[in-house]
Design a protein around this ligand. Structure first.
Ligand code: C5P
Length: 244
């Protein structure tokens, strides 16, 4: 039989990851940018990367950081984890959406592959959460992790007046990771860019295509480190996990 020459046939769609960490972190204060503050003695971003590494789910991790931080990030975050061959660093943009777009541009996946997008400042993500998000995205094409709201939610006006109370059992707090078929999220981002539409997460860009996005259970521990109090809480959760 003649030898088969050319690209090897892909057995199954692949998973890619984009971690965005190019924010300025103004609400955090202090001199050190948020992704490089320490959690359990290691940069926050290093803790996030560790979970992705442990999951062994991803073909490649695209790490989007501020253009001035690229070398520091390679030296202080990626090298100590020995992940140099598995992580590609790219420069982000002025808003989160721009940073994800840069990550999508760098992703070498094919249309039917999955890409999982995660905030670099959610370091308490676990292997289980990553796997659950990928599994739901495999079934539905688009999935986010979210938790039910434990507070009663009000819609209000800028002057503080309440317009209405939102039905709590129908409201979710969106988290990352969020995972999508690559062709779907690329289409969603290109459309938003063409139309100048800005969103605070990637799911919203897919929702406005009219494509259903599904929710899988997130975790209350999967917090986004935004303010100094969040880092105190994250440190407590981290220490608790180490003991169990
Ligand atoms: O802005 P927000 O706090 O929601 O940021 C969520 C994530 O998006 C953070 O990990 C942050 O570093 C990232 N981000 C980014 N590029 C920006 C702004 C935020 O990668 N320009």
């Amino acid at each position: 039989m003649a030898p088969i020459i050319g690209r090897p046939t892909r057995m199954a769609p692949m998973n890619w990851a984009i971690i965005v960490a190019a924010g300025s972190g103004r609400r955090m204060g202090g001199g050190v940018p948020k992704p490089y503050r320490r959690l359990g003695g290691r940069p926050i971003l290093g803790r996030t990367l560790e979970a992705f590494h442990q999951s062994a789910c991803f073909e490649e991790i695209i790490l989007v950081v501020a253009s001035g931080d690229m070398n520091t990030c390679r030296r202080q975050v990626i090298a100590p984890l020995g992940m140099e061959d598995h992580v590609r660093v790219v420069a982000g943009g002025s808003e989160r959406q721009e940073s994800v777009y840069a990550g999508l541009g760098a992703c070498r996946g094919q249309d039917d592959d999955l890409v999982l997008i995660h905030d670099g400042v959610r370091p308490l993500v676990t292997v289980d959460l990553l796997q659950a998000c990928l599994a739901a995205a495999t079934d539905h094409g688009a999935c986010i992790l979210a938790v039910p709201s434990s507070d009663t939610l009000k819609q209000g006006l800028p002057d503080g007046r309440i317009i209405k109370t939102l039905p709590r059992d129908a409201v979710w707090q969106a988290q990352t990771p969020q995972a999508f078929r690559l062709d779907l999220i690329r289409t969603a981002h290109r459309k938003a860019r063409r139309e100048g539409f800005r969103a605070t997460d990637d799911a919203q860009l897919v929702e406005r295509l009219g494509t259903p996005v599904f929710i899988a259970p997130g975790s209350r521990s999967n917090i986004k480190i935004t303010c100094p109090e969040d880092l105190v809480l994250a440190e407590a959760i981290w220490q608790l996990r180490r003991r169990h």
